[in-house]
Design a protein around this ligand. Structure first.
Ligand code: G3P
Ligand code: CA
Length: 392
């Protein structure tokens, strides 16, 4: 409670509120996904928070449909993306990994054991293997061992069926989408609704894949260029846990970028590979944030970096991260808000069922009051309702 009282003394900052209306309408046009104007990246990136350009055109707090509306549909399917859009999410998230033939597909992990029916395909039984990904040993089936044609014979399934049994209704309904398909889907939807469909696109394990000859950034940049989404004012935000991936993308396209941040003692895998000793704790110092602001428009920290949890799992007081990031001219889009008790801070859980919904509105209020610019949410409709109180 003390943490919530402390947080509630902080008001949303009007200067960062939406300038959605006219700017969004101006960004639609016949080109669908393509926003108006050519835009020019500045040292701190797109005009973003200040100029009402690039991500600055998004409503604040921005609600990101995390892996689509993954609270209601198997994640990273066109069904999950469409529902996210239908529920009103401001931006739809994709995680990208490559196939053996270098096609970008939407999966949270390259290990597809838990999110497809690959185990039911005897023709792929011999593809099951053990490998080390970013220092973690994994056994399963991996996208980089399948051609796109092979991967397309699989069907997507719910990742956490025990927690979200209703979502298994949709098991097998959709294939694993390619990013190219998502771009086509977004362009078509943009044309139909007369305004852009925003995408929030993450490169997964970029250093690992580059070591296999499957660099992610070049094909991603090619696709963005094909869809004219390579400009600073494109309705796309690129994201990665590996800063060097955002830096590489920055050299290829002007599309805005966000650096994702795990726990304070995490070390980005590109840092591990290059011998850079820094951890997330170093990246969120004022110096670290200023460096990020040289090539990215925002950060995507864990919610715990914004408001840490006490030993009992309840929220404490907000850290200085949001203010420090804003002083460095960086957007702050933390992850991940979920409705179920199991994922909520202890003081916002209701009852003993970990799969029942808790007081997600209370939790969201605490995070929004801490001044964040948006949030990744599995249940975007709930997050949008919570965000309404903070929009101008
Ligand atoms: O990209 C924001 C958030 O999705 C990061 O976490 O592991 O769900 O990709 P993850
Ligand atoms: Ca992600």
């Amino acid at each position: 409670m003390a943490a919530r009282q402390a947080a509630s003394t902080q008001q949303p900052r009007p200067g960062r509120r939406a300038v959605l209306g006219a700017a969004m309408a101006g960004g639609a046009g016949a080109a669908g996904l393509l926003a108006a104007g050519s835009g020019t990246a500045t040292a701190a990136g797109a005009a973003g928070r200040h100029g009402g350009a690039g991500p600055g055109r998004l409503p604040v707090p921005t609600v990101v449909a995390h892996r689509g509306a993954s609270g209601y549909r198997p994640e990273h399917t066109l069904g999950a993306y469409q529902l996210g859009l239908d529920l009103g999410a401001d931006i739809i998230e994709q995680d990208l990994v490559p196939t053996r033939d270098g096609q970008l597909v939407c999966r949270h992990e390259n290990d597809i054991t838990g999110t497809t029916d690959v185990a039911d395909h005897p023709e792929f039984a011999d593809r099951r293997t053990t490998k080390s990904v970013d220092g973690t040993e994994l056994t399963g089936w991996f996208t980089e061992d399948f051609t796109l044609a092979e991967l397309k014979t699989l069907r997507a399934t719910e990742r956490i069926p025990a927690q979200r049994p209703n979502n298994t209704l949709y098991d097998g309904r959709w294939t694993v989408p390619t990013f190219a398909e998502v771009l086509d889907w977004a362009a078509e939807r943009a044309r139909k609704r007369g305004r852009p469909v925003w995408l929030y696109t993450e490169t997964k394990h970029p250093t690992y894949f580059r070591s296999l000859g499957l660099g992610l950034e070049e094909p991603l940049a090619r696709l963005l260029r094909q869809h004219r989404l390579h400009r600073a004012d494109a309705p796309v935000i690129l994201q990665s846990f590996e800063p060097s991936s955002i830096q590489r993308l920055r050299r290829l396209v002007d599309t805005p970028g966000v650096v994702l941040l795990g726990a304070a003692d995490d070390r980005p895998w590109d840092f591990v590979e290059s011998g850079d000793p820094r951890t997330v704790a170093d990246l969120i110092t004022r110096r670290g944030l200023a460096e990020i602001a040289g090539y990215a428009q925002g950060i995507g920290p864990t919610l715990d970096l914004v408001i840490p949890r006490a030993a009992d799992g309840s929220l404490t007081a907000p850290t200085s991260l949001v203010g420090d990031a804003h002083r460095a001219d960086l957007l702050v889009h933390p992850y991940t808000l979920r409705n179920e008790n199991a994922f909520l801070p202890a003081d916002f859980r209701r009852g003993d069922d970990p799969n029942a919904y808790g007081d997600v509105f209370g939790a969201a209020r605490a995070y929004f009051e801490a001044g964040i610019d948006g949030v990744f949410a599995d249940h975007p409709d709930t997050a949008l309702l919570a965000a309404e109180d903070f929009r101008g």
